[in-house]
Design a protein around this ligand. Structure first.
Ligand SMILES: NC(=O)C1=CN([C@@H]2O[C@H](COP(=O)(O)OP(=O)(O)OC[C@H]3O[C@@H](n4cnc5c(N)ncnc54)[C@H](O)[C@@H]3O)[C@@H](O)[C@H]2O)C=CC1
Ligand SMILES: O=C(O)[C@@H]1CCC=N1
Length: 284
């Protein structure tokens, strides 16, 4: 397993088309722009002229409703539509990909076998699983390349994804299901924890505003400490938890209500859904 982070894209010499300009696409191209990629090197496709206009206004990038034109102009095509829409979109764009174009897919569940069936056996494809903190260069992404990818294709995919966070190459494509459960869907779990902490703080008597800023800063601070510390999270937790003190009481409640089992069940359900999406795609 290797992972890397690269920051400066001001000399990245390729044009990138994003097919679909929703939450995940805009998180990635927002991050790329912040890292110096020129707006004219990004083309996003949307379904309506209104959303094209909005995308141009919000990001300054090129936008079109034509997936064909975007693919024809691009060295790299990033597929950012919903998994259920991907079969149709992939088959439709296949004849319009530039020779040697790299296709990167962010779609949950959809495996490389299905994508090569839709776009052709010789298509270089990197399947990846990013997350929305990419928007502020704090993403975490797993990557897997098919055998048609050259070293240059892999380097390009890594340049893009590592410019918006950490990018980790996976040895097995199937590990993407677990990556989805940990880091792609993970931000939603933390937002749920934040919602719960804020609500509980308000119940204790704090204003919504104060509870919110304390809770958010606490998650940020705990993450930053965990990432910079020589100690693992269990040890850091112990260092907050004084014997006979206050934290211990809270941790006892979490453990007795089986928080670990809840996370395990939730993440199993997430990974299982990713596998189901793969199965559904194999029918197309
Ligand atoms: N949102 C997230 O946190 C993550 C999402 N993903 C994957 O990213 C992909 C996109 O998800 P989101 O951005 O959340 O969804 P979204 O619904 O925000 O974006 C999808 C966009 O595709 C557009 N679209 C639909 N059909 C199209 C077509 N034929 N041509 C061009 N555009 C079309 C839609 O109008 C929409 O704007 C999914 O496959 C998902 O599995 C992966 C990791 C994390
Ligand atoms: O919920 C989803 O299906 C997408 C994929 C991972 C995060 N969001």
């Amino acid at each position: 397993m290797t992972h890397s982070t690269v920051n400066d894209l001001s000399n990245f010499p390729k044009t990138i088309a994003f097919i679909g300009a929703g939450n995940m696409a805009s998180a990635i191209f927002g991050g790329l722009l912040s890292n110096g990629l020129a707006p004219e090197q990004i083309i996003a496709t949307t379904k309506s002229h209104e959303s094209c206009e909005r995308t141009r206004e919000n990001f300054g990038i090129r936008a079109t409703t034509s997936n064909h034109n975007a693919c024809e102009a691009a060295d790299i095509v990033v597929l950012c539509v919903k998994p259920q829409t991907l079969p149709e979109v992939a088959k439709d764009i296949a004849p319009h990909l530039s020779p040697d174009a790299l296709v990167i897919s962010v779609a949950a569940g959809i495996d490389i076998d299905s994508m090569t069936r839709w776009m052709g056996e010789s298509t270089p494809i990197v399947r990846c699983m990013p997350n929305t903190p990419s928007q502020i260069q704090q993403g975490a992404c797993g990557l897997f390349a098919n055998d048609q990818c050259s070293q240059q294709h892999k380097d390009d995919a890594e340049s893009i994804l590592s410019s918006v966070g950490i990018a980790v190459w996976l040895d097995n494509e199937d590990d993407i299901h677990a990556v989805t459960a940990v880091s792609a869907s993970g931000p939603a779990y933390i937002f749920l924890v934040l919602e719960a902490m804020i609500e509980a703080g308000v119940k204790q008597g704090l204003s919504q505003e104060l509870s919110k800023s304390l809770a958010i800063q606490t998650v940020l601070g705990a993450s930053a400490l965990a990432i910079s510390s020589e100690y693992d999270p269990a040890e850091l937790r112990k260092r907050v938890t004084s014997p006979g003190g206050t934290t211990e009481q809270a941790i006892n409640v979490f453990e007795s209500k089986n928080l670990r089992a809840i996370f395990s069940d939730a993440m199993d359900a997430c990974a299982n859904r990713s596998k189901e999406l793969a199965k559904a795609a194999s029918d197309h």
